[in-house]
Ligand binder design. Sequence first.
Ligand code: NAP
Length: 250
Amino acid sequence: MSNTQVALVTGANKGIGLQIAKDLAARGFIVLVGSRRLGAGQDAASSIGSNAHALQLDVTDHASIAAAAARIRNDFGRLDVLVNNAGIAHAGDPNASFEEKLLAGRPSTASISETRAIFETNVFGVIAVIQAMLPLLRQAPVGRVVNVSSTVGSLTLQSDPESPVRAIQSVAYVPSKTALNAVTVAFANELQGTYVKVNAVCPGFIATDLNNFRGTGSVAEGAREAVRLALLGADGPTGTFSNDDGVVPW
Ligand code: NAP
């Protein structure tokens, strides 16, 4: 078993996930760079350094998840941190513009199959990965699960006429993050009284592929709150939802 803490970041081959992986590696973790495309994960791991290792992991593929969990147990013997970062905002034409992506989620016209695909990754994928990694996380001195959610999923903000998040009218991505928040609370409640902490974060509106680089923040800013929660000690909170500015309402 490794004496060094081990962190797994899903969807870490690019964007916010890659930055979270870099930041955790810089803090001394062995970082497992989850990527559904192994080659992309290997390139990302090489860009981080010798304490980063690519791990093939498609969060919608149960065989891939089971193989990843088995490899972590066999090769590293421990898992201290799981960052559920992999996510999609759109499952249609990969060349769609930001405006087309937004329109694809419009409640009155969104495709059910696309909505299902988004939930498959952003919600069921997270549940499946947590379940597979939980036996290892329970053995860690302090197991930390960080779910990368979004303020757009806040029902409090979505029902506030003054909130800017209401500009995103979506029956797919937005409710998937609301469901992810509920999943966060459900795991935190079941694991209350154990050493496993489960929290949700919003990275902010960050320039990545997800929004055709229309975000206004950098990946360094986007990674910050997730990294803070990944470093929590035994006295840290569980069942919270926060961003760089503090608590986000559910
Ligand atoms: P991104 O650059 O598009 O990165 C998304 C990552 O998820 C990629 O590595 C992608 O892999 C991976 N992924 C997608 N489906 C996957 C699957 N089935 N299995 C494994 N990996 C998968 O977007 P990002 O902005 O960094 O997004 C990271 C997280 O932040 C997401 O959960 C997103 O919802 C959340 N978020 C982002 C913003 C923002 O403004 N950017 C705001 C709020 C929340 P491929 O390269 O193979 O596609």
